[in-house]
Design a protein around this ligand. Structure first.
Ligand code: TPP
Ligand code: SF4
Length: 325
């Protein structure tokens, strides 16, 4: 008998959502819950791993398996899970503070290793849960509770960072874009390896309007530069010196998400450092590379098949041993 078709309701947990009214996290949650049935993967084969932050609460609201881990360690936990279970669809939900402050190291190595997990970074350019301190994506000069005279630090560009970490799939989308967000999730899910998706997410309480230039219907129509593999990139040209620029003074540029050399995707990621003007969204890079854990998983299976208690005991007593007296 064929398995019953899944619906959005199959992915909605009975937990009360605890985000502030109007938070962009609601829009992302609704889009993810509506998208997951099309994957055809039963909820019990799906894992959502999160760190700490408002974004981190996401795992409670998906009626799948989930783990609300410790701050910044979502990618590390997911890496362990991916090594042990190659039958799961593993998703990490993280915030800009969680992923790029305390968790920066874990994020870059998961991407470098090409661990088969999908990492959704909800970027609201602020620490939401702890009530509005500057994050690694807050713009220079940003006045917050932790930067009363304006932030003096240069922000990360998350996509440039991911590309520098050798990520094989790098994309950007917007919380309230009901067509684009699922399209990017679809591409991320189809990617064999680590997928990194930055989602511009409005925090109406501590950083309202950070992405209005893109979220607003009228301004967004002008400022969103949709990337589509094989199609010309609107409003982007190659200038006489070979660099990619915004504007129309140069050669038209056709998007190539599958280009091995990451410098093209990197150049696209540099076109907008803060999202207050024309900004590319979509899949910047989607290439194939050896996937971490695949060989490890087979090796573990083989090792397990031949393992007995006796051999473990022999292993513990083998090699150099010392008697502590
Ligand atoms: C080890 C540790 N250090 C600091 C904190 C405090 N803390 C909790 S969430 C957070 C940052 C949250 O910001 P972000 O990741 O951007 O997520 P958001 O709440 O905006 O979704 C911090 C610093 C913590 N919980 N644990
Ligand atoms: S503090 Fe901001 S990010 Fe957190 S739930 Fe409230 S609106 Fe959302």
């Amino acid at each position: 008998m064929a398995a019953p078709e899944l619906t959005k309701a199959d992915f909605q947990s009975d937990q009360e959502t605890r985000w502030c009214p109007g938070c962009g996290d609601y829009a992302v949650l609704a889009a993810v819950q509506a998208f997951f049935p099309e994957l055809g993967i039963p909820p019990e084969r799906i894992m959502f791993v999160s760190g700490i932050g408002c974004a981190g609460r996401f795992a409670y609201y998906m009626d799948t398996y989930g783990m609300h881990g410790i701050h910044g360690r979502g990618p590390a936990l997911a890496t362990g899970l991916a090594a042990a279970r190659d039958d799961l669809s593993i998703w990490v939900v993280t915030g800009d503070g969680d992923a790029l402050s305390i968790g920066g190291n874990h994020l870059i190595h998961a991407l470098r290793r090409n661990v088969p997990v999908k990492i959704l970074l909800f970027n609201n350019q602020i620490y939401g849960l702890t009530k509005g301190q500057a994050s690694p994506t807050s713009e220079r000069g940003k006045v917050t509770k932790s930067t009363p005279f304006g932030s003096i630090d240069a922000p990360f560009n998350p996509l440039s960072l991911a590309l520098g970490a050798e990520a094989t799939f790098v994309a950007r989308t917007i919380d309230t874009d009901k067509q684009h967000l699922p399209a990017v999730l679809r591409a991320a899910a189809a990617h064999d390896g680590a997928a990194f998706v930055e989602i511009y997410q409005n925090c109406p309480v501590f950083n309202d309007g950070a992405f209005d230039a893109l979220r607003d219907k009228r301004r967004g129509a002008i400022n969103r530069i949709y990337l589509e593999h094989g199609a010309p990139i609107r409003g982007v040209v190659r200038a006489a010196d070979g660099t990619l620029r915004l504007g129309d003074d140069g050669e038209p540029v056709v998007h190539d998400a599958h280009r091995e050399d990451p410098s093209f995707a990197f150049a696209l990621s540099r076109l907008s450092s803060t999202p207050d003007g024309p900004t590319p969204i979509g899949v910047f890079r989607d290439v194939q590379r050896a996937v971490s854990g695949r060989d490890l998983f087979a090796e573990l299976q083989a090792a397990r098949a031949g393992a007995t208690d006796a051999s473990l005991d022999a292993l513990m007593r083998s090699g150099d041993t010392w008697t502590v007296s």
